[in-house]
Write a protein that binds this ligand. Sequence first.
Ligand SMILES: [Zn+2]
Ligand SMILES: [Zn+2]
Length: 764
Amino acid sequence: MQSAANKLPPYDHQRIETALQERWERERAFLAPLAGAEGAAEGAAAAGLSPQPLARPRWIYIKASAPFTSGNIHMGHVRSYAIGDAYARYCRARGDNVLFAFGYDSFGLPAELGAIAAGVHPSAWVARCAQRMTGQLKRLGFSFNWDRSFVSSDPSMYRWSQWLFLTLLERGLIYRGTGSVDFCPSCNTTLASIQVEDGHCWRCHGPVILLERPQWLLRISAYVPENDARAAELSLWEETALGSQREVLGRLEGVEVDLPDAHREGFTLTAFTPHGDALAAAAFVAISPRHPELERWVADERVAGALEELRLGGFARSARDARAVPLIDTGLAVRAPVGSGRLPVVISPLVDQRFGPTAVLGIPACDRTDGVIAERLQLALPEHQEGAGAPAGSAIEPRAAVRYRARDFSISRQRYWGTPIPIVYCERCGTVPLSASELPLELPAELQPTGAENPLASAPSFYETDCPRCQGPARRETDTLDCHFDALWLWIPACVPPECRELPLEQILALDELRAWLPSERLVAGSDSGNFMFDQRIVTKALRDSGHLGFLSAGEPFAGALMHEMVIRDGRKMSKHLGNVVEPDELVAEVGADTLRLAVLWAARPQRSLNWTESAVAHCNRFLRNLWSFSLEAFATPPAELQSALGEPPKLATDHLRRKLQRWCETAQARILAATAELEMHTAVRELMRFEERIRKSFLAPVIKKRGELRREDQEALLAALALLLELLEPFAPHFATELKQRGAAVLEQAQLAPDSDAVVESA
Ligand SMILES: [Zn+2]
Ligand SMILES: [Zn+2]
């Protein structure tokens, strides 16, 4: 080879990456096609991945997670978006129509506190953070459709939350109830869970109590059984993601029995237990304070008073264990399921945590917590004999039953930086929702939060208003929606072309665009997103039944989902506190975006925590550098300039090596495409590296060894293999692969003429 290594330009990641990123920006390279533009993807089908463009392009919406506007992209983002971006680029090359976009999740306490610390208004803080994060993500070269990105705290976006609130309220899926909040008595303010450190207030370090106060709650219970049943249909969900849904669901199988009231004729209480074989050992019945028929079991004023105290008086956080948890003996009893005994009925919030808002049999023989409660009640325990059946005739027939731990939750917060709730309280009309035409109800921009109480509650300019129904004086709701509520719709607006964003929401939800893109083909999210996904699935079913997303007949927003674990270091979570944070920006400056992206994919399967090491970066950087010089050397010689191997002496023949190379090409292509299609990017990257090694060490080296130089046929085979390698590498190291393909365009074109790449794996 006429390799003049000293003349080859070095791998300058900085120049290559920024030049290509500018070009992508200029050419608006990653715009999603509009629905109706069916042929849009045909021209995009690149030769290498899919020689035959698909007859009808698929519409693939890859839902990237919505980052909090913290102001900094961290390694977890890099991992998540490197997976999603590789998949997006793979799908585009395959000929699909692709939408890869996200919106910033910008409401909530962290943003409010960040703004206070920076001495600016939250809206300014959020805008600054989003701009900075966008810059960081662009420098990483992710192929987001930026025109479709948005910030959830913009009025045009949070009207989605208000519209959804009204829609769910009308369907009885949002209701007024009580919920427990963390409360600091000395600061006289409610706290978010992140403001509670070991049961103490973050500001004054005083003890925090749990307080019951009026809240708006989301009735997910209406759709929990359907979420359970539909999970079996989620065939593109990877096992960890499915597992997260089972976890949130908290499905418990067992039996239930109808137990007659021991004193009152005709009343029964239905009690559940997971221990269907131990009914004879039941010692008491515990009812949740949220049980829908609770009032029937409030025997007298003493019990009513105790219950009131439980709901309003607050109980310390430490009282969450069985020894200290509130326990109200109702003084009432029901018949035991087996035999002629009676079981006392108690009320305890312990039931909710373990079984949901229901009634359960207490069976100390099977359950340690039940044992503690029986002890506290000083109950004489019935004998429990394994397998000993009850005397026939005296047993109440049990039936199979299911309970779910997933329960309704509070969606309102006593905070400024959130979506205003479109509700007024009128003395004459009661609770009155605004009408959709009055949206958005804007958050007053002139108020400045301080971190203590909610400034909306002390701003007459906000809360004094007229009743929409009677025009009399009324007071606005001053709680705002928890940002978890925003997450319920955050997956939809990316499907809306920017020019349609201001339309009424009913019109937006009826757009063809939504039918084209939804359900999202793949959600890629962190392993802490299980609750979000679960509740998004709930709300999709509600919007299906309200007719707004009627075309999603299964009520599922994501056809597929991949969950990845965190990036950690030295076995611990990265945190400023521990001083073990790895800054993506520094690595991008040092080794480039392609190396960093390759390293996070190479280092671990998505399902495993990625324990960050410098060696992953070093390994991937070395791979790219080697491939860079290897490719440039190969490009230096067009095959036509070389002598043909035709007619050379048999002892010099290299046909068998070329045949081997051809087989390796086929194997690598099949494996890498299959892994990429399954979002197993870790496997794909490792296969790419193995492929490169085979080309270099198992083909090129033996050929050179055999006769000291390449013949035309060898060079053609080498270039064809390199062309395939670069094509397959492009989703993972897009700048690098694009640059090399351009540099070798002329010679690679010749190589493409070689018979090749019929064995494309296309899992349609
Ligand atoms: Zn405090
Ligand atoms: Zn009124």
